[in-house]
Design a protein around this ligand. Structure first.
Ligand code: VGL
Ligand code: ZN
Length: 205
């Protein structure tokens, strides 16, 4: 069994959103073309309370891009984004919602961020994604979405570490690229960890 994991394709990560990923919306038609090629399709959803401590606004005197310590980990501070129940947290309106069998929300604990779709950054709590994949007999995981250098990267690294055969669909992802080279470095790290890079035309054949 294989499963497509669509990471954080939400309005706030698309152009016009609070934490816009350049060309983030361009992954949507690519993903929509792919969904019926997989046994299972799931999505992750960044889902923060307003008081989330990854928001620069919740650290007086700090601005987005600053780095602080949070739960003993280095934390990049972000603009307020993907607040629970707001339009920015919704999936992109053109994303083929009906194909998504289950949604795994993350980032609800205000004290710690959660880039991976599997666990928070301190691996304190799981989202249920691993249990779901095991229960469904999934052995191969294909990852796409936003953002290549954050949530896509940590989701892929966890998938491989958990023993799933893991692919990253490169043209179905876009990165934040806070610093030039971040996306390339993320791709290198994933490749070295055993994630296989693939592009969507190969899957559509
Ligand atoms: C993400 C930064 C903050 C992501 C989520 O989905 O890549 N990045 N929250
Ligand atoms: Zn977030």
């Amino acid at each position: 069994m294989n499963c497509l994991v669509i990471v954080d394709v939400q309005n706030d990560f698309c152009p016009g959103g609070a934490l816009a990923v350049p060309d983030g919306d361009q992954v949507v038609p690519v993903i929509n073309q792919l969904v019926d090629r997989f046994d299972r399709v799931v999505a992750t959803q960044d889902w923060h309370p307003p008081e989330h401590l990854s928001f620069a606004a919740n650290h007086p005197g700090r601005k987005p891009g600053d780095v602080v310590q949070l739960a003993g980990l280095e934390q990049v501070l972000w603009p307020v984004h993907c607040v629970q129940g707001t339009p920015g947290a919704d999936f992109h309106p053109a994303l083929e919602r009906s194909a998504i069998q289950q949604v795994f929300r993350k980032g609800m604990d205000p004290e710690i961020d959660s880039y991976s779709g599997f666990f928070d950054n301190g691996r304190r709590r799981s989202t249920g994604l691993e249990d779901y994949l095991r229960r469904e007999g999934v052995e191969e995981v294909y990852i796409c979405g936003l953002a290549t250098d954050y949530c896509v990267r940590w989701t892929a690294l966890d998938a491989v570490r958990l023993g799933f055969r893991t692919w990253l669909i490169e043209d179905a992802c876009r990165g934040v690229e806070l610093r030039p080279g971040d996306v390339a470095a993320a791709l290198d790290q994933m490749r070295q960890a055993g994630v296989q890079l693939i592009s969507s035309p190969l899957l559509l054949k």
